[in-house]
Design a protein around this ligand. Structure first.
Ligand code: TXA
Ligand code: MG
Length: 348
């Protein structure tokens, strides 16, 4: 399949009337799949009402069929067509965080979207992305758009159009290139169907920000304890992983350097995923940093790109520093732990 590639300037007015957006919207209406930028990561979109269209997402990504998709909308009217009701808590959150990196779980209306989107669940995940290209594309298509991250399943999520092309070129109908995404990590998934809302996946909106608006917020037990079954089916899979083994190190730079030196002595090509502060302290085949301990927003923005760059460098093993878990740090450490398959070495 030939993949059409469009470049779009996200800052121009009246994007919806641009030919690139119109062509991409037409492909969605024709039940084809198209990748587009959001403020978190690039999404791989398809008509959420069509089984035929949604199947193409799973095929292109090689995604397990029991992992449901997020439905992206551009207006509150679209929400009302898909969900049974909107609680006061959800309303408050939508007022503050939509459009934005917060996905809310609702009880779904029967038949409103393809059963494949919800993977047999009674609920549906919905978000309104805060990106002019995403919003104008969805509005122009006039459809709810199912969209997971536009990467091959298991690989780091794409934060640029070239990441998408690396994974999916030839497998999808089109890619809208709107430049690098902003947040860099996926949306927070929040289940509001229970009395106390529960975070199923930490992401772009932090627990602290949610608590300021709605008070108590829980954290799915499976996120802390690897034996509990996650409520967000996607959280059980190895995710976001670079091709070479990735091991996190909870210790000081001297301790980490000793681990690296041992591998170097065996002739291995070793990468270090380092905090900015330590970039020039470490010695390895390649030292890359997404950002510093005091600038977690840049760490989030650069995390997936840094993991992908190690793949391009062909290292045999990567050691990574850990970041503090305050604010967006919670989502950063969640993704790093997954990328490492929970492999962490603690200094005695
Ligand atoms: O930022 C994002 O959320 C990006 C961009 C493209 O919008 N999308 C994204 O989609 O990350 P995906 O498919 O990679 O992750 C969706 C997550 C999965 O962990 C999935 O299990 C969960 O949302 N999910 C979807 N529907 C659900 C439901 N009804 N109940 C619980 N979890 C659900
Ligand atoms: Mg994903």
């Amino acid at each position: 399949m030939e993949t059409k590639y469009w470049t779009v300037d996200k800052t121009v007015d009246n994007l919806q009337s641009y030919p690139q957006i119109k062509q991409a919207a037409h492909m969605l209406i024709d039940n084809e799949v198209v990748a587009f930028p959001t403020e978190t990561v690039y999404g791989l979109g398809a008509n959420a009402k069509s089984n035929e269209a949604v199947k193409k997402i799973y095929e292109a990504k090689g995604r397990p069929g029991d992992n449901p998709l997020i439905v992206h909308i551009a207006s509150i009217e679209q929400l009302k067509e898909i969900v049974q009701s909107v609680s006061d808590t959800s309303k408050k959150l939508m007022d503050v965080f939509w459009p934005g990196p917060l996905t809310l779980i609702f009880k779904r209306k029967q038949g409103a979207v393809s059963e494949i989107v919800t993977a047999g669940l009674e609920t549906v995940a919905i978000r309104m992305p805060d990106h002019p290209i995403a919003l104008s594309l969805i509005a122009e298509a006039g459809l709810p758009i199912a969209a997971p991250s536009a990467n091959t399943s298991g690989r780091p999520s794409p934060t640029t159009a070239s990441h998408v092309a690396d994974d999916l070129s030839g497998k999808i109908s089109g890619i809208l290139d709107g430049g690098p995404t902003g947040v860099g990590l996926e949306s927070t998934v929040l289940d509001c169907t229970e009395d106390i809302p529960v975070i199923l996946r930490p992401g772009g909106v932090t627990k602290e920000q949610l608590q300021e608006v709605i008070g108590e917020v829980g954290f799915d037990a499976a996120l802390k304890n690897s034996t509990a079954a996650p409520k967000s089916p996607g959280m059980k899979y190895t995710h976001y992983a670079p091709r070479s083994p990735f091991i996190l190190v909870n210790g000081d730079p001297v301790f980490l350097q000793e681990l690296v030196d041992e591998k170097l002595a065996h002739g291995l090509k070793v990468g270090i995923f380092a905090a900015k502060e330590h970039e020039n302290v470490f010695r390895a085949s390649h030292v890359l940093s997404p950002g510093g301990f005091d600038d977690l927003d840049s760490v989030a923005a650069g995390l997936y790109d840094t993991l992908r760059r190690f793949d391009d460098l062909g290292v045999d093993i990567i050691f990574g520093e850990v970041y503090p878990e305050n604010g967006i740090g919670q989502a950063i450490m969640n993704r790093l732990m997954k990328a490492a398959g929970n492999h962490i070495i603690n200094q005695e």
